[in-house]
Design a protein around this ligand. Structure first.
Ligand code: DP6
Length: 332
């Protein structure tokens, strides 16, 4: 048996994207990615051991209270519990409850925060100390590469080095640069094509090799822009990278389209804002929603402008955050 532990882990928004796997079984990426850890978009997960012989139980906290998770969701959690049990060499069944602060499957990375929270809460319930490197590897073993980055705060690169290790590392702490992420939710439904499928198909795009070649320099320049807090240098790189991901998706065989007309409407507004001198740029993950990265001075205006767009259903104001935290506020 184990104790009970709860961890709140953040989502993250990639400035350099993970898109494409050289080994689909182990989710080994073709390229290093770099993200900003968020503060408000989080997953809270409580893990506790159950008596021997019981089944794993997976619960979701919604507005209605704690409910059994849907079978596909529960199956993904139990599959990851199996990997975590193997790592910890335990056979204990577990009860897991989880709650998201943002809509699931909406292109906001719920699996990143979800698997990071699960891995960290599991280790904490067993009183296992894990280094950031180990935590990253445990989160990544879920098959969600972006989860490997959600174990640290600030600005995080995964894999941190080109060697076989494949763990993430923090490049810069949250205190380095107070960047904001104003998220325009234009479509809160689950995406039609999971990232897993996009990763598998990425290398079928005739532009994929060109992307990999360009990424070396783009990553280097993004890192310098972050180090120097140079928004004017960062903005075009972030947008170029987001469009590049979608260019690869749209030219994969078969093609994948994540954008909606509303996505383009938001992108057009961002261009207007920038022409008016506002420090803002846009990025999109594998979904239709748009993340507007901006400075603190620009944030209130950016949020207000987004609220005026009829195609924007919800505006989430987030910012760079400190990374996961163990808390005593359990879900059961
Ligand atoms: C487009 O395989 O980590 O968000 O598990 O569905 O969150 P999920 O996806 P994952 O791929 C993430 C792809 C991306 C870009 C990124 O976050 O780097």
């Amino acid at each position: 048996m184990s104790g009970k532990a709860t961890v709140v882990a953040p989502s993250n928004i990639a400035l350099i994207k993970y898109w494409g796997v050289r080994d689909p079984e182990r989710a080994i990426p073709w390229n290093p990615s770099l993200s900003m850890t968020l503060r408000r978009c989080t997953t809270r997960t409580t893990v506790a051991g159950r008596e021997a012989g019981a089944a794993d139980e997976v619960l979701l906290r919604t507005a209605a209270g704690l409910e059994p998770a849907t079978p596909p969701f529960a199956a993904r959690v139990v599959a990851h519990l199996d990997r975590l049990r193997e790592w910890a060499a335990v056979g204990t069944p577990f009860r897991v409850a989880t709650e998201n602060s943002f809509p699931m499957g909406s292109g906001l990375a719920s699996s990143a925060s979800g698997f990071a929270a699960l891995a960290l809460a599991f280790a904490a319930a067993l009183e296992r100390e894990v280094s950031l490197r180990q935590a990253s590897l445990l989160a990544w073993s879920s098959g969600s590469g972006s989860a490997a980055r959600s174990v640290a705060g600030g600005f995080v690169q995964w894999p941190a080095t080109g060697d076989e290790d494949n763990a993430a590392a923090q490049l810069l702490p949250e205190s380095h640069w107070d960047l904001r992420d104003v998220i325009a939710v234009v479509d809160a439904s689950a995406k039609e094509v999971p990232s897993r499928e996009g990763h598998r198909l990425a290398s079928t795009s005739p532009y994929f090799e060109r992307r990999l070649a360009a990424l070396v320099e783009r990553l280097r320049r993004v890192r310098i822009a972050l180090e120097q807090r140079d928004f004017a240098a960062l903005a075009p790189l972030v947008e170029e990278e987001a469009v590049d991901l979608h260019l690869i998706a749209m030219s994969s065989r078969p093609p994948i389209f994540y954008w909606r007309p509303a996505t383009l409407g938001v992108l057009e507004r961002v261009r207007h804002l920038r022409r008016a001198g506002i420090e803002v740029c846009a990025t999109m993950d594998a979904g239709a929603n748009v993340h507007l990265i901006c400075t603190p001075a620009a944030e209130p205006f950016v949020a207000q402008e987004l609220r005026r767009l009829p195609q924007v259903q919800e505006v989430i104001r987030d910012r760079v955050g400190p990374g996961p935290e163990r808390v005593n506020d359990h879900l059961f």
